[in-house]
Design a protein around this ligand. Structure first.
Ligand code: NOJ
Ligand code: CA
Length: 654
């Protein structure tokens, strides 16, 4: 029941909002007409007193002269169900207080500051209703601080860089974060807490980056537009949730799904959405066998597509991505992308015929739109381009936004600016209308909107395996579960088996390529190598890829440390089978994995693990394959070589 307190005109207040289990405390205060918050867990400080508010272009800051006019409390207890993902059920249990604030001087603007405290997170947002003389606002700066111990350790990637989110993670002290970094920003405090600062439900606003300001406070830095403002908003308007996930260990952090709970349930029917595993006319381009552009070695020809559809059928994989099928890849495709045509196939590619052949063979085509960030060009064609796929029964599209900036309304804008955010959203909503599912490369980071829009099956948004061949170290995939993957699934393009290829040498072992299908979740999961590599060289290893699901019931992290290693078990959504994956950095590790997450009964374990002499540098293919019967009382002893890993399928027998 709502509790209303009559607090008209209070200028000084102190309020505690406790998590349902009482361990986390969000302290909200109104002092000298300014608002602040702080957070403790088990009575230990996590976030020290931090300021809140906005600077507004052309007006006084919405920060000073505040008083509280009303408070509204609520308790919420619910379990939400996701249509697909890493966990089917997610707790949405919190205590909420909405603080209704006004200025005690003209222009007497009003806004609500809403706080939710969960057992594993706190979240808060600003809500600005329509009001006289205040219908549009241009945010000059959001002042929200996250005042954390400066001696905390942070794992970060830099913001505002040409390759967007595609950087290696670096470990720093918080006091070194003088340049803006992206969220999720994962932090370990000196008193032993793990937290990730992120946002949920990012709509119609610049994405939040974070940096240390002149006063040594960790502060939001909302991605600016080219006109220098952060966002133009018509009222009513609410910011995304500012989310602080909290955990006692690094592994506990990896299954924090509060971001999804902060997003709304879908308002339309998405029964037609299905996760997908696919191969692609893709890696052949990376290793130089084929090209995106038409010519002698063109990849996306009718003939190759038909060959790959036949291969998908033989491999038991339901989807096929075809890149380089449309006009626009000739010459310097990054420069020429402004002319890309999304409804015109190259002369050697018969899209209608390929789509028909795929349909006859029950293979889903994954179409491809590489926009190169030329949004004006793309949006002009958007409706027609989606129709073109839809009428050909193509229901999956991988989109791409290569290029360091977007071109929107003739101006260069950041991918993660308000205009970028709005563009991505437009594609998601139009796709939903046409029953199309999306996997977005060079995306806006995940903020859980796939709860509302389940047709947004995956994103890239970090360095993926396209960076192999020198730019990825074995530790990279050991950072992801604790950082990028807190923002949702990722298309890492796993399953490259041609590890020693001279053009793209992989810094992994073979077993680790299988592990990725478990450690890196994606609603659209790619088996990224060429089919002949799977069929001719590694048919047995490929069995694991064929079997591993793309939709899980439950995820149980088993062991790990940030940037060092990660071991996780996941239960299939549609059977009693479990899958376990592990990856390690440059250090070899022996893992003793208790199988106590299994239910009772006998399971057949198919194990793919590094041999004792395996090494990502020179013994990449040294793999042990073993099948044995196990039960929940047993332990598996598995070795992960330097740059290696393992994958286990546990099939329930009885
Ligand atoms: C970068 C994407 O990450 C990759 O998957 C794609 O093949 C290229 N851009 C070309 O669109
Ligand atoms: Ca990319």
């Amino acid at each position: 029941m709502f509790k209303w307190a009559n607090l008209f005109g209070k200028n000084e207040i102190e309020r505690d909002i406790l998590s349902p289990n009482g361990r986390i405390k969000y302290h909200f205060s109104l002092k000298s007409r300014h608002i602040y918050y702080s957070v403790t867990k088990n009575d230990k400080t996590v976030i020290k007193s931090s300021r809140l508010g906005f600077l507004i272009a052309g007006e006084e800051p919405l920060r000073d002269n505040l008083k509280l006019i009303r408070e509204q409390k609520k308790k919420h207890a619910e379990t939400i169900e996701l249509q697909w993902g890493e966990d089917r059920f997610i707790p949405n249990n919190y205590n909420e207080t909405a603080f209704y604030l006004t200025e005690d001087k003209d222009p007497k603007r009003i806004f609500t500051f809403r706080v939710r405290v969960f057992d594993n997170a706190v979240a808060f947002r600003y809500e600005i209703p329509p009001q006289p003389k205040f219908r549009q606002i241009s945010i000059q700066d959001e002042l929200t601080e996250f005042n954390i111990d400066l001696n905390s350790t942070a794992w970060k990637i830099p913001a505002y860089q040409p390759d967007r989110y595609e950087y290696n993670y670096e470990k720093n002290f918080v006091h070194d974060l003088s340049h803006s970094v992206h969220t999720p920003l994962t932090i370990r405090t000196p008193n032993g807490f793990y937290l990730a600062i992120h946002e949920a439900a990012l709509y119609n606003y610049g994405s939040m980056t974070i940096k240390l300001d002149e006063n040594n406070a960790l502060k939001t830095d909302i991605t600016p537009l080219s006109d220098g403002t952060k966002a133009h908003c018509s009222l009513p308007f609410q910011t995304p949730w500012r989310l602080i996930m909290l955990a006692d260990s690094a592994t506990e952090l990896t299954t924090n799904r509060t971001m999804f709970a902060l997003n709304d349930a879908p308002t339309q029917n998405f029964d037609w959405v299905e996760t997908l595993k696919f191969i692609g006319i893709w890696w052949a381009m990376y290793v130089g066998e084929w090209t995106w552009a038409p010519g002698e070695r063109h990849g996306a020809t009718t003939e190759h597509a038909i060959e790959y559809i036949d291969a998908a059928v033989r491999l038991g994989i339901s989807g096929l991505l075809i890149e380089g099928w449309n006009e626009g890849w000739e010459g310097d495709w990054l420069e020429n992308g402004i002319h890309n045509k999304f409804t015109v196939a190259t002369s050697d590619f018969d899209l209608e015929r390929v789509a028909r052949y795929a349909r006859q063979h029950n293979v889903e085509i994954v179409g491809h739109h590489e926009t190169v960030g030329f949004i004006d060009n793309y949006e002009r064609q958007l409706e027609e381009a989606y129709n073109y796929y839809a009428v050909n029964n193509i229901h999956y599209i991988k989109t791409g936004y290569a290029g360091s900036m977007m071109l929107i309304n003739g101006r260069r804008e950041f991918h993660h600016s308000q205009l970028g955010v709005n563009h991505y959203q437009k594609t998601v909503e139009l796709a939903a209308k046409k029953h199309i599912m999306l996997g977005i490369h060079e995306p806006i980071k995940g903020t859980g909107i796939e709860r509302t829009w389940p047709n947004l099956l995956s994103r890239e948004g970090a360095r993926g395996q396209e960076y192999e061949g020198g730019a990825l170290s074995p530790s990279h995939a050991c950072y992801l579960p604790y950082t990028r993957l807190l923002a949702g699934g990722m298309d890492y393009t796993s399953g490259i088996f041609d590890l020693a290829n001279s053009v793209k040498r992989m810094a992994t072992t073979l077993a680790r390529q299988l592990a990725y299908f478990v450690t890196i979740y994606s609603g659209m999961q790619m088996a990224a190598d060429r089919p002949y590599i799977y069929e001719e060289r590694f048919p047995e290893e490929f069995n694991f890829i064929r079997e591993v699901p793309t939709n899980f019931e439950k995820t149980v992290p088993l062991a790990g440390e940030i940037g060092e290693y990660y071991v996780v078990a996941r239960k299939d959504r549609n059977s009693d089978d479990w899958y376990v994956g592990g990856v390690t950095d440059e250090n070899g590790r022996r893992m003793h994995i208790s199988l106590d997450f299994l239910s009772t009964g006998v399971y057949e374990a198919s194990i793919y693990s590094d041999a004792d002499h395996a090494h990502y540098r020179d013994e990449q293919f040294a793999i042990n394959k073993q099948t044995k019967r196990v039960s929940r009382n047993e332990t598996l002893d598995l070795y992960m070589a330097p740059g290696g890993g393992f994958a286990v399928r546990l099939k329930k027998l009885s």
